[in-house]
Write a protein that binds this ligand. Structure first.
Ligand code: KG4
Ligand code: ZN
Length: 351
């Protein structure tokens, strides 16, 4: 079956065509990063406008790149939520229009389930049940995936998501947006020495996460390194620090904080992810979402996993960050089980 997947939950307009749930025939992602960069984060109103401008082009490119006529599709999957409501509605409206015109089944897909199911596009040795960790800009959640239809949430963040913490810390250090990639670059090869940030909720039986204390600890350390006078009040509870960024002479403190922060996040995610796999006797731990693109996390998780007899499985980086193929992969499972939605469904900002 050929499935078209459409994703517009945040700042990427994406569409892909996959075949039989395994083969990616096309995967088009149009990022809005340059639009949001100057604001230091995603501006919802701008995001929906950019999706409106891009959606038809992106879908057409996905179909022509795959060499597929719309009539050949077996079904369409579209992200229903969670995400920015205005952005979600753009993808949903386009998908509904196509489904109606073509008379094809349509599935409203949970974006987080999409992240989890991206792994099936690369691996044919993933069997149910398994434990999955979704680490993205909006979520840090552990799932016990018993079957395609039984996906239990077994742990989640009580405050910030891991990706959100990367983004906020990068903003604090004046490194720009999005934060994950720049923090990773500044942390590369740096030994934080004695600088160690707190790890929250590490008690033995907890599968929940908390990253807001870590963010505050970073702020205090930045004050110590750079002096309070360099902190400017910014909207919200956080501060913006103006210091030279990449390319210029980067303050040693920026590198140390980046490395110690990345260590702390990596440590918590690795410990809890593997703990969840052990608790649920899962030989594999699927790690997905934007933060799963982080090399330090990938290396640490794989190495520690090996020691515990658990294989940490990371999709390719292009499948970790938001894309249409993962939405198509999830839709394929739903469509194969005979499930689809009527055209009355709406977007869900929370799910
Ligand atoms: O899954 P995703 O593309 O979008 C959401 O669904 O949120 O995740 C985006 C998040 C951002 O917070 C970004 O800073 C983070 O993933 N991210 C990274 C890296 N690349 C992206 N975090 C750490 N290291 C990276 N290399
Ligand atoms: Zn995502």
């Amino acid at each position: 079956m050929l499935v078209l997947g459409i994703e517009t939950s945040c700042d990427e307009t994406a569409a892909a065509v996959i075949e039989d749930g395994r083969r990616i025939l096309s995967d088009v992602v149009l990022s809005q990063i340059d639009v949001h960069k100057e604001y230091g984060g995603v501006v919802p109103e701008l995001a929906s406008r950019k999706h409106v401008e891009a959606i038809s082009f992106v879908i057409r490119e996905a179909l022509s790149g795959a060499g597929v006529e719309p009539e050949q599709l077996g079904g369409i999957g579209v992200t229903r939520g969670p995400g920015l409501i205005g952005s979600l509605l753009v993808g949903i409206s386009a998908a509904k229009g196509m489904a109606l015109a073509l008379g094809k089944p349509l599935c409203g897909v949970n974006h987080l389930h999409g992240h989890l199911f991206a792994v099936f596009l690369e691996r044919d040795d993933i069997h149910f049940p398994f434990v999955g960790l979704v680490v993205s800009g909006g979520h840090t959640s552990l799932y016990h995936v018993e079957s395609p239809m039984e996906i239990q949430l077994i742990g989640r963040t009580r405050d910030d998501a891991a990706g959100e913490a990367f983004d906020k810390v990068a903003k604090l250090l004046g490194l720009g947006y999005p934060g994950g990639v720049v923090i990773e670059r500044h942390a590369k090869g740096v030994d934080p020495g004695d600088l160690r940030f707190p790890r929250a909720l590490m008690e033995k039986d907890s599968l929940d996460f908390s990253f807001s204390g870590l963010k505050t600890a970073v702020l205090r350390q930045a004050e110590e390194f750079f002096g309070r006078s360099r902190l400017n009040d910014a909207p919200g509870s956080f501060h913006a620090l103006s210091i030279p960024s990449a390319g210029e002479c980067v303050h040693e403190g920026v590198k140390l904080i980046s490395a110690a922060f990345q260590d702390a996040v990596t440590d918590v995610l690795t410990t809890k992810g593997l703990r969840a796999a052990e608790m649920h006797k899962s030989e594999k731990l699927i790690v997905c979402g934007g933060v799963a693109a982080n090399t330090a996390l990938r290396e640490r998780m794989i190495e520690e996993g090996l020691r515990k007899g658990i294989e940490a499985v990371f999709p390719a980086i292009s499948l970790c960050t938001d894309n249409g193929a993962m939405i198509a992969a999830r839709a394929e499972h739903l469509l194969s089980a005979g499930l689809s939605d009527d055209l009355n469904f709406s977007a869900k900002s929370r799910w």
